[in-house]
Design a protein around this ligand. Structure first.
Ligand code: CDP
Ligand code: MG
Length: 743
């Protein structure tokens, strides 16, 4: 009988499946028990109960992020359905840790354990342990000034000192004291001045909080850095506890000479380790998505030239904007006999702990934000790491046994590194933060209790920029409705404004595509060995008006392909295959395109909520270009007689990046979205505009600003560069030109 063997087979596979599941469960339980933090569970819970503010310092990988929230939940700290919130500076960390903790708790993600990051919310009413980005919690404070759904907030990775962490700490201090002082009593108007914004909607929400019963807010700061004193001092002498980690010796090796091409040096080292060293995975620190993808391709090319038995490499990338379904791959062990090569940004320094690493390759570089308040321009530049970062990186090789770290620079260079990284708030454009604070009702930005005060000039510049964008009134109050709407959009203010303006110009659909496409790293890729083919493919999408319309063409073409697939084929796998093939044929980066599509649908949700209708200008691209000019008037550049351009606001001489469709045509006047610095300063993402539009479209006062900046530069402005991307977390915009398309 045919049915019998079938049943038997089914039983066998079921058995195998459940055995595997059981094994994994036992494994996880064992791993958890073995974590250094497990032995101090009771003490930590006691400390949290006894202190409203607590600082926990512990070696990376000791179990802080995954275990502490579970300890607190199990100890019953979530009364009345309140939530334990844990903030992370990076999206990937929030997502991957939430997945892991859901698995550890044996619950479905989004139920008791969930995460929420910009453009992706996986939580429900049942969620009690919620991982999120620090930027997202700041946004939540806009809607819920007392963060009333939280009983505990854990600010994780505080040593990273991202601008959001710094602002969040300042805000949480006021929220904590407000919760203990006012919320359970009648809120009196004088004392609430901190939260006054002059915005009636917000006032109403605050009134709704009056008399609400709220437990005091527990605040926990977690850090991998040993120096807890800065946090303790800022938080009124808060208690700090240390969790002892475990670390095996790591052999640190340096190069004899400085390496002129660190990517090539990294490649050579990867293969040297692979061919000469014993088993163990390799972790390579690179600076961003483009670089990671470039190295990934090169490793594959080189491995293919090796004898079959030496090709056993599994390459896994990890960076902030990596689509979440690919993130977990990094934690999966390589198949037996294979070696895993993890290509990571500084995310793998402390944010995520990947098991199995024995070798670290560290070129000693990191992509960081840099801001010049004189010229008002911000850039992402590649700079040497700090000593603290170098030590964190090498430490990754010694978690499970002895390891080796290859620093791709001479030992003498190490001594020259700065001790620790300058907090981001001192080196970024503050307009986003200032807008958020204003929306939170904190009007006196200069008087705000920052952990480390940004320069007065940087604050004034951002106020000025927000005023020009129409977000602030003449007396620097949040404008209604524009400033209020801008603060609600999870975008850099200049892009929020572009979307709002697009409403007036009837081109919201087009601007939405552009903002989504600008949020990801480059859409096109041009492999060295297929230059001509790739250029020909790109021509099909190119617009003579510039890169923005070219992006719209790509997006729409991909949408057509998707729609066709959905009509003719409902199977997901086949659909994915077709779109992948389309991307390959057209030299489109499929990861970037997918990310752009996700971002598009999320922003669409926001603007629909705002009541903005999604208008389209159809074929009238003149209208759209006028809207671009009106939106990005701060980023105008004029052609010089020698074919270079002068950026109006900073007076810098810039060149058109070779990846731009306007590289050869060089129109008289352009707007740009990104400034990239290598040996030259390049502008990327350009559109041709008419200079005569500017007096009409740019707001009054923009001219004065430009004039001031010019004089500022003549007095000694330096050569910082500007990278403007819509991503408020500043992490997915590349400061690195595409290697394959360099001049
Ligand atoms: O926060 P901290 O650096 O102290 O450690 P953690 O992130 O809580 O990691 C504790 C352990 O969980 C490490 O051994 C990680 O390898 C493991 N882990 C994992 O296997 N998969 C994840 N997605 C996250 C953590
Ligand atoms: Mg952690």
């Amino acid at each position: 009988m045919p049915s019998l063997p079938k049943t038997d087979e089914t039983f066998t596979t079921m058995d195998q499946k459940s055995r595997k599941l059981l094994e994994r469960k036992q494994n996880i339980a064992q791993q958890r028990k073995a974590l250094p933090i497990a032995s101090v569970e009771k003490r930590l819970v006691e400390e949290v109960k006894n202190n409203d503010v607590l600082i926990i310092v512990g070696e990376t990988g000791s179990g802080k992020t995954t275990q502490l929230p579970q300890f607190l939940f199990n100890a019953g700290l979530c009364h009345d359905g309140k939530v334990i919130g844990i903030t992370q500076p990076r999206r990937v960390a929030a997502v991957s840790v939430a997945k892991r903790v859901a698995e550890e708790c044996g619950v479905e993600l989004g139920q008791r354990v969930g995460y929420s990051i910009r453009f992706d919310d996986v939580t429900s009413n049942l969620t009690r342990i919620k991982y999120m980005t620090d930027g997202l919690l700041l946004r939540e404070a806009l809607l819920d000034p007392f963060l009333s759904k939280y009983c505990v907030i854990i600010v994780d990775e505080a040593h990273e000192r991202t601008v959001h962490t710094d602002v969040l700490l300042g805000l949480l201090k006021t929220v904590q004291s407000a919760r203990s002082q006012y919320v359970n009593k009648e809120l009196d108007h004088e004392k609430r001045s901190l939260y006054k914004s002059g915005n009636s909607d917000r006032e109403n929400r605050l009134k709704a909080c009056q008399g609400t019963k709220l437990p005091p807010l527990k605040l926990i700061i977690m850090s991998a850095s040993l120096d807890a004193s800065v946090f303790s001092k800022y938080l009124g002498g808060a208690k700090a506890v240390h969790v002892q980690g475990r670390q095996y010796p790591v052999d640190v090796l340096y190069t004899y000479h400085a390496e002129p091409d660190y990517l090539d040096a990294a490649l050579i080292t990867i293969f040297q380790v692979h061919l000469e060293e014993g088993p163990g995975d390799i972790l390579v620190f690179l600076t961003g998505q483009e670089e990671i993808e470039f190295v990934e391709r090169r490793i594959k090319e080189r491995a293919n030239q090796l004898p079959e038995e030496n090709r056993k490499l599994v390459i896994v990338p990890i960076y902030s904007s990596l689509p979440s379904e690919r993130q977990m791959k990094v934690f999966k062990p390589a198949p037996l006999g294979f070696r895993k090569v993890i290509l990571a940004t500084n995310i793998a320094e402390t944010s995520v702990t990947i098991p199995g690493i024995k070798f670290v390759i560290d070129p000693g570089l990191v992509k960081a934000r840099s801001y010049n308040p004189v010229t008002g321009v911000e850039s992402l530049i590649i700079i040497p790491t700090s000593k603290a970062q170098a030590l964190q990186r090498s430490g990754r090789a010694g978690r499970e046994g002895t390891g080796k770290c290859f620093r791709l620079y001479p030992e003498s260079e190490f001594a020259k590194l700065v001790d620790s990284t300058v907090p981001e708030i001192k080196r970024c454009n503050l307009s986003n933060v200032v807008l958020q604070l204003k929306a939170l009702g904190i009007d006196d930005i200069l008087g705000f209790d920052f952990m480390e005060k940004p320069s007065r000039m940087a604050i004034v510049r951002s106020l000025e920029q927000l005023f020009l964008l129409g977000a602030l009134t003449e007396d620097y109050k949040l404008s209604d409705p524009v400033g209020y709407q801008m603060s609600r959009l999870p975008l850099d203010p200049i892009y929020s404004k572009a979307l709002i303006l697009a409403g007036e110009y009837q081109c919201v659909e087009e601007m939405l595509i552009v903002v989504a496409m600008l949020s990801v790293e480059s859409i096109f890729y041009i492999p060295n060995d297929k230059l001509d083919e790739a250029r020909a493919a790109r021509k099909c999408f190119s617009s003579p008006e510039g890169d923005h319309i070219t992006m719209i063409n790509v997006y729409r073409a991909s949408k057509e392909v998707m729609e066709k697939i959905q009509v003719t084929n409902s199977q997901d796998k086949a659909a994915e295959k077709s779109i992948n093939k389309w991307c390959r044929d057209n030299f489109i980066n499929k990861r970037s395109l997918k990310h752009a599509r996700d971002i598009h649908s999320q922003i669409l949700g926001h603007i629909q909520q705002m009541g903005l209708s999604v208008t389209s200008c159809g074929d009238d691209m003149l209208q759209f270009r006028r809207c671009l000019a009106a939106s990005f008037f701060l980023n105008v550049a004029l052609k010089q007689p020698d074919g270079t351009y002068r950026a109006m606001a900073s007076a810098q001489i810039v060149r058109v990046h070779p990846s731009s469709v306007l590289f050869r045509t060089k129109p008289e006047c352009i707007i740009f979205n990104e400034l990239v610095r290598t040996n030259q300063i390049y502008v990327r993402n350009l559109t041709r505009i008419e200079p005569l539009w500017l007096p009409e479209l740019a707001p009054q006062g923009a001219g004065v600003l430009v004039a001031e900046r010019w004089s500022g530069v003549e007095q000694g402005g330096d050569d910082y560069t500007d990278v403007k991307g819509p991503n408020e977390y500043g992490s997915s915009i590349s400061g690195w030109p595409s290697r394959s398309s360099s001049p």
